[in-house]
Design a protein around this ligand. Structure first.
Ligand code: F6R
Length: 236
């Protein structure tokens, strides 16, 4: 595990963009939430300068049952952030179908598609409870893409995107499983702010355990963890 601690999240985002640009990236895995936004801004700049172009990307997760045109649906967030500004198009940016009649079947189909494509580099954020994707504490460490019930901590954390009302945050999502995420060739995780410090400590120094799902990343051969100083306060 390669750990970089930066003064600011902007510096970390620039370093993260450099990793994405330098590594083979014909298929990217892309996270949502607030953490990767600085990185996506850097990738848009790099695309404008002709230093970067993405060929295809697979989202980590999507809320189940969210209105197709809801601005906080992850498909819509990623389209706003990446489409037409990083090389990606509507055909090459893939997201799980959160409005499928059968979300379980949609999750399985998405898992199959990711496996067939093979993710070169997976971008990850980190939940304050240690989730990656939306793999909440207590689940399988080798899960495939599946329907997950969001932890109440996560619904509280994400309420800021839904009028500060945790009840307005969808209760379930389709998420890549930990086993699926671990198949990506490179994992690049960003974590910013004091609220992530406990999870970062477990990720880097804790025992591998379903209680802190991010700890499974210790078993991956090529992991980059970039944090700001606040998120790293618990590291020895
Ligand atoms: C998002 C995702 C989540 C977030 C995590 C942190 O696609 O899979 O794991 O990365 O909840 O969210 P933020 O970045 O908003 O703190």
């Amino acid at each position: 595990m390669d750990i970089g601690i930066f003064h600011t999240s902007d510096e970390a985002a620039r370093a993260a963009a450099q990793i994405v640009i330098e590594k083979p990236h014909s298929t990217l895995g892309v996270a949502t939430g607030s953490t990767p936004l600085g990185l996506y801004a850097e990738l848009r700049k790099a695309w404008q300068d002709g230093r970067f172009s993405a060929s295809s990307a697979y989202a980590l997760d999507e809320y189940v049952g969210i209105d197709a045109d809801h601005p906080e649906g992850y498909r819509n967030v990623l389209r706003r952030e990446l489409l037409g500004q990083t090389g990606l198009t509507g055909e090459t940016l893939h997201t799980p179908d959160g409005n499928a009649e059968d979300p379980v079947a949609a999750a399985a189909a998405y898992d199959f598609a990711i496996g067939a494509a093979g993710v070169d580099l997976q971008i990850l954020g980190l939940g304050s409870d240690g989730h990656i994707g939306f793999n909440e504490p207590g689940g399988s460490l080798v899960s495939r893409t599946h329907v997950e019930v969001l932890a109440s901590t996560t619904r509280h954390d994400n309420a800021r995107f839904f009028g500060n009302d945790p009840e307005a945050v969808p209760a379930t999502c389709i998420t890549q499983g930990l086993g699926t995420i671990m198949e990506a060739k490179v994992l690049l995780l960003l974590a910013f702010g004091a609220g992530k410090a406990e999870a970062v400590t477990h990720l880097v120094e804790g025992a591998v355990s379903a209680a802190w799902p991010c700890t499974i990343m210790q078993m991956h051969p090529e992991v980059y963890v970039l944090t700001d100083e606040e998120a790293a306060v618990g590291l020895e």
